[in-house]
Design a protein around this ligand. Structure first.
Ligand SMILES: Nc1ncnc2c1ncn2[C@@H]1O[C@H](COP(=O)(O)OP(=O)(O)OP(=O)(O)O)[C@@H](O)[C@H]1O
Length: 503
């Protein structure tokens, strides 16, 4: 893959008109049981959204990617008044009839208005008798709060036993969700929680927490050893549900956990992505579920500006990366690589050149992983190098740039070779641009195969990225700054877009 011979230029292909740029429309559809609509049966598209970065600058959304030169100011209030924005809402939190203690929890998190997914999902989730829900919404639009508020509103504080279970695909995500439960439930006197992730210090403990958040393997172990009593469970949530049910190992564990829960447990599945084949399967896991789904063309977050660097060969990627970092001050960034070895290698090289980076891969033990993610969250390290283990769900507000050092791929369904993984791409880049912020996603391509994979992903997701020319780094700097300022990928003078744009 890295040989010079692989390098090809595609002057014509880069101008191909197969991905006409379109303003994606937020086409979230909502269907109530008993007639759940498949993802493709979406309601007609609404009007094209206005550009997020055109908002007035009443308060800064923290997107100062290139401090101090570029403060991109976006007014959250403006975004939440745009019916085509996923953060749009006609309701206030108080219209959702949540208990007073939860209203206080919401206020303590600084939330003023619900997002579209919160406004739509919560009335469905809070109904009695409880109903199952499959909920899809773009990355960073507040799905966690939606399922956490439902859970907390159903906890009987007089009963000291597990009543709700959240399963997440990674230790870091489980810890993050638990943190939201604790803050949001901070005004519920006597609320108890339990973190079910591998932890030798809790071995043998009986789980008494009313809300249990963990990874499927640990939860299964706890249940098997009778440390977790599942009889009183009222709610089961699978976050990143498509990933949890799709993956062989996790899927089996989730199914086995579910079998241990009461038959009438309210089952709630959330994700930014539900590929059609997984969505079909989820209906067995969450029968008769209400559904809130998105059309495939609406999955991308508009605040995330897509760019790519085209280098000559695999071994040039590192130099390009370092040059890029040398150009601008980036608040915090995440570099995604395919393999642990690459993460370690990159980390070694960047550290030796004076960059303060941390690395998180599945190769670390739990304590090390906790320490790394905490350092990154607290801003002690500005660059996090990781694999797909952190592609989903992680919410670190200061992340203004995501770099795809390697393009995400997955095993082909035929069992032979690998194919581009658009879902993982979407989740990776979704670590920035959260809840209305502006972020940048930079992808490195270096040969025919990586170019074709990237093109396939862009085509699938309707992305039209801007090419950054590595022969002219001054121009790269100018182009990146212009894109961030203008808030649009196309029509940047001096920045070649991947595909011809039809006006
Ligand atoms: N109503 C709200 N008002 C303001 N901020 C909010 C609101 N709801 C959620 N947020 C914030 O938005 C950010 C993203 O939320 P969250 O992590 O739940 O997104 P998500 O939809 O689960 O994303 P992903 O698909 O990547 O997991 C968080 O920092 C959260 O605190």
């Amino acid at each position: 893959m890295s040989s010079l011979g692989d390098r090809m230029t595609f002057p014509d292909e880069k101008k191909l008109d197969w991905a006409e740029e379109s303003e994606e429309m937020d086409n979230q559809t909502q269907t109530q049981q008993p007639t759940p609509a498949p993802a493709t049966d979406a309601a007609p598209a609404e009007a094209a959204p206005s550009d997020q970065t055109d908002g007035a600058s009443e308060f800064q959304m923290g997107s100062s990617l290139l401090e101090p030169e570029f403060d991109v100011n976006v007014k959250l209030n403006d975004l939440q008044q745009d019916p085509n924005n996923p953060l749009f809402s006609v309701k206030e939190f108080r219209d959702l009839n949540l208990p007073e203690s939860l209203q206080k929890g919401i206020t303590s998190l600084g939330f003023t208005k619900p997002s579209k997914i919160q406004e739509r999902a919560l009335p469905l989730l809070l109904q009695n008798p409880p109903q199952n829900l499959i909920g899809q919404s773009q990355s960073g639009t507040g799905k966690t709060a939606a399922f956490v508020l439902n859970i907390l509103s159903r906890i009987d504080l007089t009963l000291q036993q597990p009543q709700a279970l959240v399963l997440a695909p990674s230790r870091e995500l489980a810890r993050q969700i638990l943190g939201v439960v604790q803050v949001m439930g901070g005004f519920m006197e006597g609320l108890s929680t339990y973190q079910a992730v591998p932890d030798p210090s809790t071995r043998g403990q009986t789980v008494t927490g009313q809300v249990v958040v963990g990874t499927p393997g640990t939860v299964m172990d706890l249940a098997r050893r009778k440390q977790l009593n599942t009889r009183g469970m009222k709610v089961l949530v699978l976050d990143e549900a498509d990933n949890m049910l799709d993956q062989q190992g996790l899927g089996d564990q989730c199914k086995r956990v579910k079998q241990l829960l009461p038959k009438d447990v309210q089952t709630v599945l959330f994700s930014a992505t539900f590929p059609q084949e997984v969505l079909q399967f989820t209906q067995f896991f969450a029968p008769s579920a209400n559904q809130i789904t998105l059309e495939r063309t609406n999955l991308t977050v508009k605040g995330i500006k897509q760019m790519y660097l085209d280098v000559s060969q695999d071994s040039d990627k590192y130099d390009a990366l370092i040059k890029f970092y040398g150009l601008m001050t980036i608040a915090s960034s995440i570099i995604f690589v395919r393999k642990r070895d690459t993460a370690d290698e990159l980390s070694k090289r960047m550290t030796s050149e004076g960059h303060h980076v941390v690395t998180l891969t599945g190769g670390l033990d739990g304590v090390e992983r906790d320490s790394v993610i905490d350092q990154f969250r607290e801003g002690h390290a500005k660059v996090l190098i990781t694999t797909n283990v952190l592609a989903r769900g992680i919410d670190v507000q200061t992340v203004t740039m995501v770099i795809n050092y390697d393009i995400p791929d997955k095993p082909a369904s035929t069992g032979r070779g690998y194919v581009p993984d658009a879902e993982t791409f979407l989740h990776r880049v979704g670590r920035t641009g959260r809840f209305g912020k502006v972020g940048v996603a930079l992808t490195l391509v270096h040969d025919k195969r990586s170019w074709e994979m990237f093109r396939a992903i862009c085509q699938e997701l309707g992305i039209n990225p801007t090419k950054l020319d590595t022969d002219d780094w001054d121009n790269v700097e100018r182009v990146v700054k212009t894109i961030i300022k203008s808030g649009r990928n196309a029509k940047v003078e001096g920045g070649e877009t991947m595909f011809a744009v039809q006006e």
